[in-house]
Design a protein around this ligand. Structure first.
Ligand SMILES: Cc1cc2nc3c(=O)[nH]c(=O)nc-3n(C[C@H](O)[C@H](O)[C@H](O)COP(=O)(O)OP(=O)(O)OC[C@H]3O[C@@H](n4cnc5c(N)ncnc54)[C@H](O)[C@@H]3O)c2cc1C
Length: 482
């Protein structure tokens, strides 16, 4: 993603872009869920959606179905996009809070175009007419990350990036400034550079290992440190959403692609053995596994600075947050976009680095809080859940929860990724029910609100039932690919 974006935007500025990769080391080999901003990344690169779907075996994603997170047998949907429409300036979730005991009102998800389409396994692109309920559908993709990487590699090379195959075995630093001067490969080739983008994965070869930028460990809040991933055969109907199912010491993802389903069990090694985690994963697949399970180890946290000296770390080399809300690929995209907006000349200004680092901290930390919320607001019990349910929360999250608990309010700070509808869906979904609603709701006659809610709800349902099945939409779109 980094090489593709840099070659797209800097390719004709006279800069040479070199991409060093090692097939012997390979990539982490997981990562299939994304969130809506990925559309913007593909659009900026001029990638055609039909071709992208064909090359990466992608499917559409409308949100995440959270199963068993509050208690066994309960579920909720975290939708992409808005929840309903504001009436007289009052958010829909506030109207819902006041009137939810009326049986005609139904669940909050009934007011989300994405959630209603997902529940019916249907999909279409957003409508242009803002009065059409379909204008509110919002989507992202599930895709084969390895295929996306190959696709972008070809894209970057076509735009002039030079790819070098080989393993970096040593890093040379400038004796005076300490900046990275060159990296040396196994076969003694030396690659010099002015700016190094460290995309070396968990190893963080340049930023962590060489420049020793410290890692802030967040495992006291996010104790899951292992995953076992295994693909299984495709099942019907194709569901246009990710499923996340809570287990005794973590959770399991289910991500449908065109040619297979991706599955993985994320768990805490302090609370469950690898054998037990694998047994749970294999016994809960909904189709025959394809291939053997892939085991991964990680730690939640981020480097205290992503840009140090002449090294910018992007991807796992800058930090890791478990894939509960599919945010890592987004953090790569965000890191690349910020790097482009602060791209230095030959001299790198400290203000440029500071600004970049400020943005990355402001991106990582609220996502961390959002993930912690899923664990801490639960009625589940057992050693793992007792720990996460009772742990001391970061002050930032504590404040967000307290504010929501009072009157259901959420405010977005510092361009944080997840907006009000996401926080509302997960707060309510995880069982945080406000004591009161916003007093502004009381200014609207109840009968008028109930009528408006009924109309909205019926509109989403009617619209969803007219959409094609997600599988039909994908087949049609893929057949358009050049
Ligand atoms: C269990 C799990 C599930 C995930 N699920 C999701 C998800 O659903 N959604 C999401 O957004 N993200 C997800 N992620 C994160 C996602 O997989 C990564 O963000 C993404 O794959 C990018 O990884 P990367 O490029 O930073 O690192 P890697 O894929 O590890 O790539 C590192 C690259 O550096 C090269 N390299 C390393 N060392 C050297 C060396 N010495 N010499 C030469 N080359 C070298 C390697 O060859 C490789 O090409 C998940 C991660 C895990 C662990």
């Amino acid at each position: 993603m980094t090489a593709a974006a840099l070659s797209r935007f800097l390719g004709n500025t006279g800069r040479r872009i070199m991409l060093i990769e090692s097939e012997a080391i390979g990539t982490v080999g997981v990562g299939e869920g994304t969130i809506p901003p990925i559309l913007e990344f593909n659009h900026q690169l001029g990638i055609d959606e039909a071709q992208f779907l064909r090359e990466t075996h992608a499917t559409y994603k409308l949100g995440i179905d959270f199963v068993g997170w509050t208690a066994e047998g309960e579920r909720y949907f975290h939708q992409f996009g808005q929840i309903g429409r504001a009436l007289n300036g009052v958010s829909l979730h506030q109207l819902w809070l006041k009137h939810r005991s009326d049986p005609a009102v139904g669940p909050l998800a009934a007011y989300s175009m994405s959630a209603v389409a997902a529940a019916n396994n249907r999909f279409a692109h957003p409508a242009a007419d803002p009065s059409d309920p379909l204008s509110q559908i919002a989507y992202a993709f599930h895709f084969d990350a390895a295929a996306y990487g190959q696709f972008l590699r070809r894209y970057a090379e076509a735009k002039g990036a030079e790819r070098i195959e080989g393993r970096i075995v040593s890093v040379d630093r400038d004796g005076e400034t300490g900046a990275i001067a060159s990296v040396s490969l196994e076969d003694d080739r030396k690659v010099r550079g002015d700016l190094f983008v460290d995309c070396s994965g968990f190893r963080s070869l340049l930023l962590g290992e060489t420049l020793r930028v410290p890692f802030e460990d967040w495992s006291q809040w996010l104790p899951c440190d292992r995953a076992i991933a295994v693909p299984s055969e495709r099942t019907e109907p194709l569901t246009p959403y990710t499923r996340s199912t809570a287990h005794p010491a973590g959770w399991q993802w289910r991500i449908p692609l065109q040619h297979r389903t991706g599955n993985g069990h994320v768990y805490s090694s302090a609370h469950m053995s690898d054998e037990e985690a694998e047994a749970i994963l294999l016994s809960t697949l909904d189709a025959k596994p394809i291939g053997s399970p892939n085991k991964l180890k990680f730690k939640a946290g981020r480097r205290s600075r992503s840009w140090e000296s002449n090294v910018v770390a992007i991807g796992l080399s800058s930090g890791f947050l478990e894939p509960l809300e599919s945010t890592s690929i987004h953090l790569i995209q965000h890191g690349v976009q910020k790097l482009l907006s602060l791209f230095p000349g030959r001299e790198i200004g400290q203000a440029e680095r500071d600004e970049y680092n400020r943005h990355m901290v402001n991106s990582y930390d609220p996502i961390r809080d959002f993930l912690i919320l899923h664990y801490s607001a639960t009625r589940r019990t057992g050693p793992f859940w007792d720990h996460v349910r009772t742990m001391e929360l970061p002050d930032t999250l504590k404040h967000k929860i307290e504010l929501f608990r009072e009157r259901g309010r959420v405010f977005r700070y510092n361009d944080e990724l997840f907006d009000t509808p996401s926080w509302v869906a997960v707060m309510l979904g995880q069982g945080i029910i406000p004591d009161e609603h916003d007093p502004l709701v009381d200014g609207m006659p109840g009968a008028q609100v109930l009528r408006a809610l009924a109309e909205l709800r019926a509109g989403y349902q009617r619209t969803a039932m007219k959409l094609p099945l997600a599988s039909e939409f994908i087949n049609r779109k893929v057949s358009e690919a050049a």
